[in-house]
Design a protein around this ligand. Structure first.
Ligand code: IMP
Length: 219
């Protein structure tokens, strides 16, 4: 099966391709491979209040544009002391972060998060990363696969790897932040790794081929 991965991030393609490599007869292609050019309307796709809603909307949109089976993901950070914020708004959390990008945006978001948490003690700084992968194929109902990674938000950044909130996200089992972890360690523990391994299992089990498998674990 040819499967379109709905992302323009080469890092995500490399990471996810490694996980889905266990699925026999799967040809994973990206938006770049298929020459699906970015359109302004794409900005409005992820407008839902849940990771599932956004991932499904993105998968549906690119399935319509490509005519291919599609997998799309949505992810973010959920902080308990902030009633689940930034959640689906993780990318543009800090005021004005919609107008900046890359490392500058990550820095602004991290500073905003630290300011909101103030001097709250570490035991109260519990959080989790969430990733939902949505798989859609004509004739099948859409399936979603959720992965979560638990951690603590430190009071200052540590490490230079990863991206986004990784320098603040401390994994107690690893004993370090995701930004201090190797790519392999992060993949093994991360929300994205877990969600896509669940998708890989689904594709491998053959249920997807028949279109008769049970609904996703989060339904
Ligand atoms: P997206 O689903 O790739 O658009 O991610 C949304 C936002 O969530 C990112 O811009 C990051 O701020 C945050 N995020 C999601 N996954 C991670 C991660 O693995 N590390 C750090 N930040 C993440």
């Amino acid at each position: 099966m040819k499967l379109l991965l709905a992302t323009r991030s080469q890092d995500k393609v490399a990471e996810i391709a490694k996980i889905l490599a266990v699925v026999p007869d799967l040809e994973l292609v990206s938006l770049m491979d298929e020459k699906i050019e970015p359109l302004a309307e794409e900005e409005g796709i992820e407008r839902y209040s849940t990771f599932e809603g956004n991932a499904e909307a993105k998968a549906r949109y690119f399935a319509e544009r490509s005519g291919l089976p599609v997998v799309a993901d949505d992810s973010g950070l959920v902080v308990d002391a902030l009633d689940g914020k930034p959640g689906v708004h993780s990318k543009r959390f800090a005021p004005g972060s919609g107008e900046i990008s890359g490392e500058e945006r990550d820095r602004a978001n991290n500073e905003h998060l630290l300011a909101l948490l103030g001097d709250l003690e570490l035991s109260g700084r519990t959080a989790r990363y969430v990733c939902v992968a949505a798989f859609i194929r004509e004739g099948d109902e859409t399936r979603t696969f959720r992965g979560e990674a638990e951690g603590l938000i430190l009071g200052r950044p540590r490490g230079h790897g990863g991206f986004g909130y990784d320098p603040l996200f401390y994994d107690q089992k690893l004993g370090k932040t995701f930004a201090e972890s190797s790519r392999f360690e992060k993949n093994d523990r991360s929300h994205r790794g877990k969600a896509f391994r669940a998708l890989a299992e689904h594709l491998r089990s053959g249920a997807a081929a028949k279109g008769t498998g049970p609904r996703g674990p989060n339904r």
